[in-house]
Design a protein around this ligand. Structure first.
Ligand SMILES: NC(=O)C1=CN([C@@H]2O[C@H](COP(=O)(O)OP(=O)(O)OC[C@H]3O[C@@H](n4cnc5c(N)ncnc54)[C@H](O)[C@@H]3O)[C@@H](O)[C@H]2O)C=CC1
Ligand SMILES: O=C(O)[C@@H]1CCC=N1
Length: 292
């Protein structure tokens, strides 16, 4: 795995980029990515979202983008098409689009849907990049893993990098299978930190803080720890040791976590995410039917 680019908002943030981008699906992840694009160098007028759920249209229109329910219309003039629907409906969504792609770069963000499945569903269309972003894209603090076959040209790779870089860190992987690990670590990753926050907020309340107090302390601590880990020359392991005074309170907490093998459980949880990503790939590989 190698980094093509890293860091947060790109340096050229205020230059306008004029590429027509169509999103098929306007749900959570599409909205997060659009938030990143709009905060960077992309124009709302160049973005079209096709979303069948009318209840989402007002939210999408508030972003300033064009909204439609017609997937074919959305992709027609686009330079980039982002497939942002659930893996389980990808086959149904792509079937009517099969003959609609001429020069568009397709970026699929669907977990576990392989390039070969996408290409097959689109009649061997070659210009496809798979990406696995995450929801902090909304605040340009996302992390995306990208993969494309050797058939995808440098210019298309660069364009995919530009689009996803508007959301934060971009890493290209050299093997498609590595996207299962990316999905487990960063795609689903925000949920693990939110889970830890939930548990810490509850623990603070159980020990006598109000919910507001416990939440404020937990969130600021998460922010501080993340910023330290990103900016420090030391590893997370060293930073943890720095907090841990001999026979102190942190040692008591870490010993309690080690006693119940919290680290092993976290590794098992990420493995479950990667396994599910691989399962989706297998289920969709030969089928055009929906998958559970
Ligand atoms: N939510 C997350 O944190 C991440 C999600 N992903 C991937 O992004 C994709 C979308 O996930 P979410 O945004 O969370 O789901 P979501 O359910 O919020 O959004 C999917 C949208 O697709 C729309 N849709 C359904 N059928 C459609 C059709 N025929 N044509 C156009 N749109 C249609 C739905 O109405 C829905 O609004 C999934 O494939 C997921 O694996 C990837 C990275 C992170
Ligand atoms: O839970 C999911 O399937 C999606 C993919 C990564 C994050 N959310």
């Amino acid at each position: 795995m190698h980094a093509v680019t890293s860091g947060q908002a790109p340096e050229q943030a205020h230059e306008t980029v004029s590429h027509k981008i169509a999103f098929i699906g306007g749900g959570n992840m599409a909205q997060a990515l659009i938030g990143g694009l709009l905060a960077q160098q992309f124009k709302a007028a160049d973005i079209t979202v096709s979303e069948p759920v009318e209840a989402l249209h007002d939210t999408l229109r508030e972003l300033g983008v064009k909204v439609t329910t017609d997937n074919q219309q959305a992709v027609h003039d686009a330079r980039v098409v982002v497939l942002a629907v659930k893996p389980q409906v990808m086959a149904l969504v792509l079937e009517p689009l099969r003959d609609q792609f001429k020069n568009q770069l397709i970026i699929s963000i669907a977990a576990g849907v392989t390039i070969s499945t996408l290409s097959r569903l689109l009649g061997n269309y070659p210009r496809i990049v798979r990406a696995m972003p995450n929801t902090p894209a909304l605040i340009q603090t996302g992390a995306s893993g990208l993969y494309a076959t050797a058939a995808v040209e440098t210019a298309d790779r660069a364009l995919a990098t530009t689009v996803l870089q508007a959301a934060g860190l971009v890493l290209w992987v050299e093997q498609e299978q590595q996207l299962d690990a990316v999905t487990a670590v960063s795609g689903s990753g925000p949920a693990y930190f939110f889970y830890l926050m939930e548990a810490m907020i509850q623990a603070g309340q159980d020990m006598g803080l109000t919910e507001a107090q416990s939440k404020a302390l937990t969130l600021q601590t998460a922010l501080g720890a993340a910023k330290m880990a990103v900016n420090s020359p030391h590893s997370p392991a060293q930073l943890r040791k720095n907090v841990t005074s001999p026979n102190g309170t942190t040692q008591a907490a870490i010993e309690a976590m080690d006693a119940t093998q919290v680290n092993v459980h976290i590794q098992q949880a990420l493995q479950a995410a990667a396994t599910r990503s691989a399962e989706l790939a297998i289920a969709l590989e030969h089928s055009s039917a929906t998958v559970k």
